[in-house]
Design a protein around this ligand. Sequence first.
Ligand code: NDP
Length: 324
Amino acid sequence: MSATHRKVIIIGTGPAGYTAALYTSRANLSPLVFEGAQPGGQLTTTTEVENFPGFREGIMGPALMEEMREQVLRFGTEIRPETVLEADLKQRPFRLKTDQGEYTADAVIIATGASAKWLGIGKDKQLSMAGGGVSACATCDGFFFRGKEIAVVGGGDTALEEATYLTKFATKVNLIHRRDHLRASKAMQERAMKNEKIVFHWNRAVEDVVTEEITTPLGDKVEKIKALKLKDTTNGAAHEMPVQGLFVAIGHEPNTQLFKGQLPMDETGYLKVEGGSSRTPIPGVFAAGDVQDHVYRQAITSAGSGCMAAMDAERWLAEQGLSE
Ligand code: NDP
């Protein structure tokens, strides 16, 4: 099977990928965009976005991504519902293999974003995908925990923000942190500590999730969380905490597995780009959005870096005589 060739291929459809597509399509580069496993990216798992300029009343995350999608389609971007499985950036044109085909590209813009981290005990991720009462997104799933006692794991801003938000639904939110100091900002700490529904459990690590089988009203059998097995990180003592829900809020990891050994990354796996640009050390390969930014991680900064990647790619293609 022969590979389909494009001047520009963009991997990812968060704000970075869509903005890169908007600029490259308006520059007549006919970009092809691979949607990936989470079309629309992380914003599709949020509710209201109040800090994206231009929407004075705010806009729902999924609606914002739908607007971006329609906007790029208007300028001739092609979006394919495919996930890139392999990338070979060592030869030119660059080669990409998706779950449906093979492609080559003169320039590649990587906008694969970041994903929530799991505890590494296996069961948490598994239960989150099967409606088992585990989640990494309070705004997406908080509603399901109305009237229940739940736990949030983590000690950063995300954990405290999620815990505070979840008190709208849950009767009690147990905040489990592996140390006795929070990483979160002072303001966020004060807000959470004032909230009577949040109970802090210091020096505790989640060792395992205890489940039970529930039969739904439709007769389906579902494995649901029932308790957490905790370990005291100072003396190793074991504890069990009954909960009906678990929110994992221990940070994010960049989606860079595809590029291991090909592109330089920092110690946590974020792609390194040349300061003030989107250029990776491989000419013709650019990175935008959360995949190369663990500091700002905002929709608007991500969109801005998508614009930079498109302009960098456009200039590079012109310099190589590849833009016609
Ligand atoms: P952080 O990396 O800041 O915090 C992660 C937390 O999870 C830490 O407390 C860490 O513990 C804990 N943790 C990490 N791995 C594990 C593990 N395997 N088991 C148990 N605990 C673990 O991530 P956040 O997502 O909270 O924040 C990311 C960035 O986004 C930060 O810069 C933050 O300020 C920002 N942010 C800002 C918000 C706002 O201003 N409204 C809201 C949300 C995020 P330890 O402390 O021991 O390392």
